[in-house]
Ligand binder design. Structure first.
Ligand SMILES: Nc1ncnc2c1ncn2[C@@H]1O[C@H](COP(=O)(O)OP(=O)(O)OP(=O)(O)O)[C@@H](O)[C@H]1O
Ligand SMILES: [Mg+2]
Length: 171
């Protein structure tokens, strides 16, 4: 069981090797978790954001952009009408929002492969809508509203299971 901790412990967050769960009490606290995620992201990483309308996916993305180090004066907000926003920085970020695309075939038609397989970072709101198209390894973040200002934020590294590898016997 993963213990849910308050957001001021977000410094413990590790996006590669363990599941972590936080509770935030303001948009700023959710952004701070985004910053911690962003500082650990590398070129080619994909982050799938899951959560209802108003959960805080864009808010978290603002923190991620800050953590990755996007150049200043770029406004990070919901690209709901544009589908994809690009932010320039040390590593480019492609901010994708699938809110308007409920059918997998419409998402396939977008042809996101170049973004997903490129050297930028993809952050995808409503990422669960393209589960089948996500790379085997990615970072899944689920945000759940508990009340008006409280959010549960779960960060889960997803990676392929190497069933064929024998367990490391050590020595
Ligand atoms: N703890 C919190 N964390 C994040 N947002 C919060 C929190 N408490 C309140 N909010 C409010 O919740 C809203 C989150 O909006 P945001 O646009 O980030 O959601 P979203 O998940 O991207 O929604 P959409 O599906 O419409 O794109 C904002 O109005 C923000 O002020
Ligand atoms: Mg949004």
């Amino acid at each position: 069981m993963t213990q849910t901790v308050e957001a001021n412990c977000a410094a413990d967050l590790s996006i590669r090797d363990k599941k972590s769960a936080f509770r935030t009490h303001s948009p700023e606290e959710t952004q701070e978790i985004g910053v911690q995620i962003g500082t650990q992201l590398r070129p080619g990483d994909v982050v799938a954001l899951i959560g209802d309308l108003g959960a805080g996916k864009t808010c978290l993305t603002q923190g991620i952009a800050q953590g990755v180090g996007v150049y200043q004066d770029q406004i990070v907000n919901s690209p709901s009408y544009i589908l994809i926003n690009e932010y320039e920085g040390k590593i480019p970020i492609y901010h994708i929002d699938l809110y308007r695309l409920e059918r997998l075939e419409d998402i396939v038609a977008l042809g996101l492969e170049d973004y997903l397989e490129g050297d930028g970072i993809c952050v995808i709101e409503w990422g669960d809508r393209m589960d089948e198209l996500l790379p085997e390894s990615h970072i899944q973040v689920t945000i759940t509203a508990e009340d008006e200002s409280t959010r549960a934020v779960e960060v889960l590294p997803i990676s392929p299971t190497h069933k064929s590898f024998p367990p490391d016997k050590g020595g």
